[in-house]
Design a protein around this ligand. Structure first.
Ligand SMILES: [Zn+2]
Length: 344
């Protein structure tokens, strides 16, 4: 079969690789219907040291079960399923606490010996715990929104949930990437009535408004902070959803959060430390967030996606086939595309 292999910064290739086969009785083999490129795939795309052998990549996908191991129950060949962005047994103590990203028997797609999602097929370890069956056919128009359950929508949701967003909280979302826009959607879904989106790409912030943002602040740095404060009577917002992962974003988060408020960050942090000085102590600021246990949220978010109440799949603004994957990376890195859907 063919699959995406990253060999280093700026070097993504689609190559022939061995067909996946059942290795463990807990495995399943999945034929990929849709996959996509994640903003976090752009970090290795920007900085991975060159490698002759390369490594498989892609962690967001949905597909059709082709084969299941002897110990997999509840899944049959032909089932359409979505995979969260880490695999997990869904039975250990961490999984039972809703922290499948810390599963004692789980792991990452694209790790040594594990397939990546940007290919024609995937061997799924811990298939019974990992995969969630979807009540749709292979040609469903809902596939893009259902694919978003793999990562981007639960990540936005995790940000809103850990920040404590509810109908009484005001919200600032920092970042107009796909995660930031999904955080807007999640905050709206949780009842927030005032959602300020900080982003400067008009097409993206327009989608943010469609998703529920009530105000858009295009300014950055001190100007952006002043604008958010002006919009909130000088106080800032109860919650701040930091969906970028860069130092200036987290600094902005501390500057626009209201005293007693909560900052949640889900952008993979590309900085070693956060502001935690006496000033933030005096203001009683809580910092939370982290990698989203997507598996914990899929069943909760699924009904709204099936009913069309939310349409997170609107973040996909370009579709490529496997051959188009390298150019999809380039387009996302150049900010030409918001999020690229892959149709193998
Ligand atoms: Zn587990």
């Amino acid at each position: 079969m063919r699959a995406t292999v990253i060999h280093g910064a700026g070097d993504v290739r689609v190559e022939d690789v061995p067909d996946p086969v059942l290795r463990e009785p807990t495995d399943a083999v999945l034929r990929v219907l849709r996959s996509c490129i994640c903003g976090s795939d752009l970090w290795p795309y920007g900085s991975m040291p060159a490698s002759e052998q390369g490594r498989r990549i892609g962690h967001e996908f949905l597909g059709v079960v082709e084969e299941t191991g002897a110990e997999v129950s509840g899944l049959r060949p032909g089932d359409v399923v979505v995979a969260p962005f880490v695999w997990a047994d869904n039975t250990c103590d961490f999984c039972r606490e809703g922290l499948q990203t810390s599963c004692r028997h789980g792991g990452n797609w694209g790790a040594p010996g594990v397939d990546g999602g940007q290919g024609e097929a995937v061997r799924v370890p811990q298939a019974q715990g990992t995969l969630v069956k979807l009540p749709v056919g292979e040609d469903s128009a809902l596939l893009p929104s259902l694919l978003s359950l793999s990562d981007v929508f639960p990540t936005g949701h995790h940000c809103a949930v850990t920040a404590g967003v509810n109908p009484r909280t005001t919200v600032t979302v920092i970042g107009d990437g796909a995660v930031g826009l999904c955080a807007v959607l999640a905050a709206k879904r949780l009842g927030a009535e005032r959602i300020i989106l900080m982003g400067r790409h008009k097409a993206r912030t327009d989608l943010g408004r469609e998703f529920g943002a009530t105000d858009v602040v295009a300014e950055r740095g001190e100007e952006g902070v002043a604008k958010v404060r002006e919009l909130t009577g000088g106080d800032g917002t109860h919650t701040v959803l930091e969906c970028v992962g860069l130092r200036p974003a987290v600094e902005t988060a501390y500057a626009v959060v209201r005293a007693g408020g909560t900052i949640s960050r889900v952008g993979a942090p590309q900085y070693p430390d956060v502001p935690a000085d006496f000033g933030t102590f005096l203001r009683n600021i809580t910092l939370t967030g982290g990698v989203a246990p997507a598996r914990a949220y899929i069943e909760e978010l699924l009904p709204d996606v099936l009913e069309g109440t939310v349409q997170p799949g609107k973040v996909f603004d370009r579709t490529v086939d496997l051959d188009g994957v390298p150019d999809g990376y380039r387009a996302m890195a150049d900010r030409e595309a918001l999020k690229v859907l892959v149709r193998p």
